[in-house]
Design a binder for this molecule. Sequence first.
Ligand SMILES: Nc1ncnc2c1ncn2[C@@H]1O[C@H](COP(=O)(O)OP(=O)(O)OP(=O)(O)O)[C@@H](O)[C@H]1O
Length: 267
Amino acid sequence: MSVRIRGLRVELAGRAAVSDVDLDVPAGEVFGLVGPNGSGKTTLLRALYRAVRPVSGSADVAGAPVANTGRRALARLLGATTQEVVRAGGLAVREVVAQGRTAHLGLLSRPGPEDEDAVRRALRATELAGAADRDVSRLSGGELQRVVIARALAQRPQVLVLDEPTNHLDLRHRYAVLQLLGELARGGTTVLLTAHDLDLAVRFCDRLGVLDGGRLVAAGEPGEVLDERLLAEVFGIRARTERAGGRWRLEVDGPLDAQSSDHSCTG
Ligand SMILES: Nc1ncnc2c1ncn2[C@@H]1O[C@H](COP(=O)(O)OP(=O)(O)OP(=O)(O)O)[C@@H](O)[C@H]1O
């Protein structure tokens, strides 16, 4: 298994943000974590790249136990994009993307042809080649989001972890990024992402996991997992998935009204 999580529990400020999560994601899959605000999606991803320490349970990435793997070694296996905005003043797009190669360089060694090729391809894949010399502090939210994705691509990790990778992107770039992630997965990369846009998640993810109150309450093929009952109970919407043209899509009627739903703000 490329990502293997067992009994994971993470507490933040004394409260469980993630509880008893078991999850397996094989190589070559796009796996989407979905769930309402505050359900633990970001926290689960953060545990994978050691930004939070679980109180119990374990996570392995590409066969390496996260808890016992140094940051640098982990960065050679796992690339992550986060919701935290990187606007390091004065850095050019190309320099930020090149940071993705840091874990592959020896302590005193300079970037070689392979590093330059990885950066060039990442810039091209995210349609940033023409913006390579721009100052990142002057980019729009969507352009910056593509820079962060490009940096993770340049890392060429076995596992890509992306927190809301498309939330700032216009429709064309949303589809372009999700298509790109699908192609990377077909090439053997494991892609684990979070998404609020359920329609895009059911279209582009091979499997989905639903978090609710920190627990993984369902996992499997989009059409199997997101049935009408779960969509109502967890997301508070009247909706269903349909299969059309070989892909799942989501048909939403609207929100359940307050009386007929237990759904409440947990964020
Ligand atoms: N730094 C923090 N300190 C204390 N509690 C936190 C902190 N960050 C998150 N939490 C809490 O942990 C729980 C899970 O939060 P998390 O950000 O993982 O959810 P999420 O599913 O990613 O939410 P969203 O969809 O809103 O991004 C929430 O109850 C949240 O309020």
